[in-house]
Design a protein around this ligand. Structure first.
Ligand SMILES: Nc1ncnc2c1ncn2[C@@H]1O[C@H](COP(=O)(O)OP(=O)(O)O)[C@@H](O)[C@H]1O
Ligand SMILES: [Mg+2]
Length: 262
């Protein structure tokens, strides 16, 4: 079932929610990402205030791969942009380890240079590294995403998923600690989808330093995650380990199916 069917479905039949408020004993230094009571509103031309994020709290431990799920329009991209610093919250606090990198949904918006090697090396210009050091960072990053054999290839000849993996390698080469990834698999075929998600998983497994938050509306991708956050209507309604969130959404789906069949 598509997770979007759940957007208009009442949550009253569901198991109780986890508390999403960060506790004092589990504060910032152990977390790669932490958001507290985040609100984000927009103002229309008629000066009407429309809330997009409503009191969202979340925390993602260092070194983990988390997913942010929810129906279309529930606020996932907005929350990710707030965490990336691309949008300023109306209220609330944000902590995200640095350096951090936001990877866009459309791979053609991300990759900028003609060869894979040049593209991954591009962001390293600011670090004043020796050519040897640049080469070694680029080859390590490409190995982490399974793209070592493509170093001299023209970016134009890659599939969408391969371009996404190159974009992720660019972030890894810059030693990014946090990857913020927005619906990377939307435009990809099934093979490419699995390739990208495994590349992220592999990048994290090879380093305790890197954490990732992956936005998706595909429930099956949860199988690769350590933890997950489920949103509806601008609110975080569930926050926990991947299996618990999967059970929560499946219970919701079963209750929904029962309701429409009754
Ligand atoms: N700049 C904006 N102006 C008006 N509405 C917006 C703007 N940004 C987001 N929204 C609205 O906020 C809601 C959440 O959007 P978004 O974060 O993109 O959701 P998701 O990524 O979960 O699909 C949607 O209803 C969207 O139309
Ligand atoms: Mg979105």
């Amino acid at each position: 079932m598509n997770i979007n069917s759940l957007s208009n479905f009442s949550a009253t039949l569901l198991p109780p929610l986890f508390s999403t408020a960060p506790t004092r004993s589990n504060v910032t230094e152990k977390n790669a990402i932490e958001g507290r009571n985040l609100n984000f509103s927009i103002k229309t031309r008629q000066a009407k205030v429309i809330p997009i994020l409503r009191d969202c709290s979340l925390r993602i431990p260092c070194g983990q791969f988390w997913m942010l799920l929810g129906p279309n329009g529930c606020g996932k991209s907005t929350l990710l942009k707030v965490l990336a610093g691309l949008l300023t919250p109306t209220s609330g606090t944000v902590y995200v380890q640095r350096p951090k990198s936001f990877v866009f949904q459309n791979p053609d918006h991300q990759v900028v240079l003609p060869t894979v090697e040049a593209d991954v090396a591009f962001g390293l210009g600011k670090f004043n590294l020796t050519p040897d050091k640049v080469r070694s960072r680029v080859s390590r990053a490409l190995a982490a995403v399974g793209m070592s054999d493509y170093m001299q290839r023209s970016v134009q000849t890659l599939s969408g998923g391969q371009k996404q993996r190159v974009a992720i390698a660019g972030a890894l080469a810059e030693a990014c600690k946090v990857l913020l990834l927005d619906e990377l698999t939307t435009f990809l075929d099934e093979n490419d989808q699995v390739g990208v998600i495994k590349a992220v998983r592999n990048s994290l497994d090879g380093s305790e330093e890197v954490s990732a938050l992956w936005v998706t509306h595909r429930l099956e991708e949860l199988a690769y995650a350590d933890g997950a956050i489920y949103m509806e209507d601008g609110k975080v309604v569930m926050h926990g380990d991947a299996a618990t969130v999967m059970n929560f959404i499946e219970a919701k789906q079963s209750a929904y199916i029962k309701q429409i069949n009754s």
